[in-house]
Design a protein around this ligand. Structure first.
Ligand code: ARG
Length: 319
């Protein structure tokens, strides 16, 4: 998947303070905040050098994980399914991301059961397939809700079961890149789920990453259009030379951006971005009035500015 329009959140309050929120967060080493900011700014610069539009969401005090924008929502066409966080300390992020998408005229939704956004939802390069992970943070039942919200017969939705707690979000072990290629860490999946991936991509198109690449978060990479002649630029934390050669063979360029401080929290480059590409903003009626197709779906939720909460037919979310 080559991203064209993404969202990022500056790591102003980033820290690792919740022991074992995921199995990488062992808190054996303190986050070097200065270095974290430097790594994030370098990531932003590397991203901005590619052909991509970048928006920023304001970080909120105490929300130490908000930098991981991938978990804010899942976007498809003009719909934003804002995350219902499973991780307790991250629950207040829902309101922040909801406000952002509501303001930008996305049709906003929230599932009734836990769903951690694009961290557990990845599209194939042509957006014909949506891969949804479950097993640790996202509940399987949310997948049916996502399907009914997106309501698109042309989109094939697949559920993948994660089987290894180290790879707790789908975007830590599965990464569609560029055209029809995909990085996969096979040990993260149940056999059945792995075969679902092989069935769609063909086993030969799957780049199986080594244990070393998996631990370097190679599957948490971003692919972006570049100004060179390669298919895409892949930006990740670090790659073994084997994997780098594979990328070159397939005509991808590679950029390594050290993410050591974010790895302490169980995330790397892809976790720090969210694909927010919208298919359309508005259309004009016969009289030239701009019609925003936002909020047409009766099941979606609204942000109430005066009271600073989200209202929907079945829930109320405060900040
Ligand atoms: N510490 C964060 C958490 O446990 C890391 C999130 C990483 N995000 C991702 N999309 N994999 O929620």
């Amino acid at each position: 998947m080559i991203f064209k329009h993404i969202l990022m959140c500056r790591p102003k309050y980033f820290d690792v303070v919740h022991y074992k929120l995921n199995s990488h967060m062992l808190m054996e080493k303190n986050v070097n905040k200065k270095l974290a900011l430097h790594q994030w700014m370098s990531l932003r610069d590397n991203i901005e050098r590619c052909d991509v539009k970048v928006d920023f969401i304001k970080p909120k005090k105490d929300l130490v994980d908000m930098v991981f924008a991938a978990n804010g929502a899942l976007i498809y066409k003009n719909k934003a399914i804002v995350s219902k966080f499973n991780a307790d300390p991250r629950k207040p992020e829902t309101l922040q991301y909801f406000k952002f998408f509501d303001n930008k005229n996305y049709e906003t939704h929230i599932t009734s059961v836990d769903f951690e956004g694009a961290g557990d939802g990845l599209f194939s390069h042509d957006k014909k397939h949506l891969w949804l992970g479950h097993g640790f943070r996202t509940f399987k039942d949310s997948h049916l809700e996502v399907k009914s919200i997106l309501d698109d017969d042309k989109l094939n939705i697949h559920s993948l079961e994660l089987a290894n707690e180290l790879w707790y979000h789908l975007d830590t072990c599965f990464c569609p890149i560029g055209h029809n290629d995909v990085l996969v860490y096979d040990k993260a999946f149940t056999k059945e789920s792995l075969h679902k991936i092989y069935d769609v991509y063909g086993e030969h198109n799957c780049i199986l990453v080594s244990d070393e690449d998996a631990s370097n978060f190679a599957c948490n990479s971003i692919s972006l259009k570049n100004h060179e002649n390669s298919i895409a630029t892949i930006i990740g934390n670090r790659f073994t030379s084997d994997l780098r050669y594979k990328f070159f063979d397939l005509n991808y360029s590679v950029v390594e951006n050290d993410m050591s401080e974010f790895l302490l929290s169980g995330g790397s480059t892809k976790c720090c971005i969210l694909d927010i590409e919208k298919d359309f903003d508005y259309y004009e009626d016969l009289f030239g009035n701009k019609i925003f197709p936002n909020n047409e779906n009766k099941n979606n939720k609204y942000y109430n500015e005066d009271k600073d909460y989200i209202v929907g037919n079945d829930m109320l979310i405060h900040g």
